[in-house]
Design a protein around this ligand. Sequence first.
Ligand SMILES: [Ca+2]
Length: 511
Amino acid sequence: MKKFLVLACLFVCFHGVPVAAEQTPNIVMIFCDDLTNQALSCYGNSLKLLETPNIDRLAKEGMLFRRCMVPNSICGPSRAAILTGKYAHINGFRCNGDQFDGAQPTFAKMLQSAGYQTAMIGKWHLKSDPTGFDHWHILPGQGSYYNPRMINNGEQVQHEGYVTDIISDLSIDWLKDVDRSKPFLLMSQHKAPHREWSPALRHLGWNGDRVFPEPETLFDDYSGRGRAEHEQDMTLEKTFRPLDAKLEPPRTISDAQKKEWDVYYGPRNEKFHKQGLTGKDLVKWRYQRYMHDYLGCVKAVDEAVGKLLDYLDSAGLSENTLVLFSSDQGFYLGEHGWFDKRWIYEESLTTPCIVRWPGVTKPGATSDAIVSILDFPETFLEAAGQSVPSDMHGSSLGPLLAGRRPDDWRKSFYYHYYEFPGAHSVRKHYGVVTDRYKLFHFYEPDMNYWTLIDRKQDAHELKNVYDQPQYAQAQKELHEELDRLRKELKVPLVDPPRHGQKRKPKGKQKS
Ligand SMILES: [Ca+2]
């Protein structure tokens, strides 16, 4: 740590930024559920779907990571990975529905032992009760958007209002009561913008009549890829439900047709009521509904971030508080015709990551380095001057935050998704990701094939070039790198039995 502080000081002295990193910093982690880079204006999405001024403020005052990756793109596993700093095959939480073993070491426990006041407020989603927190006030399971029930240190509480506002208020209330003589860790974890994307009432109709631009791959037909992509169940076309849309699609029949049917069948006949938008028209309509609701949820998150940053300012806490903003994974906003997550493809592999640490991060900095949510616990521990356990899998972001990318910073990342059978029918796969390539393996007996994606030639990741002669060398090197990573991370050759696997698999697990 001393070495890093010296580096940080060198950096800040060189850049003329006020030195604040010599004090043990407070840590605030603002965490979302299913929030994706494409929804945030600071990530510069070409479709310009939404303005997020408060999250943008954090990026302007800190460092934005463009390629922060998750090891397993679903809710619970990401949370377990952050707490433990370890991959799922080590921390035991591979699929939603597993139960987190709260007896294992977590960074929250380590900070608590080091004298930090610790709080977990909002979505937890790990089944077992939180450990390592002096205070916890969490949603049970997925929680509700409106008038949510919560669990306050083991006691059920009924709240009134909108969940994002409530989590924001509870977080600020806790900050108001902290002992200012000691550092603190606050994990403020939103439910939003998880499915079914219910906005705050004040945000209904927020977009006026604006029509959201569509992603280029909204009508992806999955040609050029294998069976797994064809057989998933997460499309706007086939998977989107009435509750996701919340409104009925408009009828498309002509007045003359309607009159004719009324004569023959009566006005409420079944045939009449089945008529409506179909095919691409229906997908386009659903995409508009989806964007209204999803982005509406993000608007409330952005407001919550603004309130929290304003409070830190007003309380004089901003200068000595490291703020990290992120989500448990990214999400598809119609790319490939999809919503949801799970795949190693870019939209769900990466997740927002913005860090503001006054005196260390240069305002407005960005990084293209391959980083991961696995790096968060080590970053926090190092910032707190604590030793980092050698069995954690990530690396502290400290040097990157101070503007220096170490020569040995990771150049590849291991990914592993396990949840099949499960919601949305995305098959198990593992693989390696580099700046340019992804090599991944669907490894079940009935779904066994490799995919190689060259992002430099194929930005939308539409073409499997595995075994094409011009990629022979790259493919060989990627296989070697994947083997190396699996060996280093001690990934078992056969998946251990899934939690509760003896029972009939649930087809409707939520995430
Ligand atoms: Ca999630």
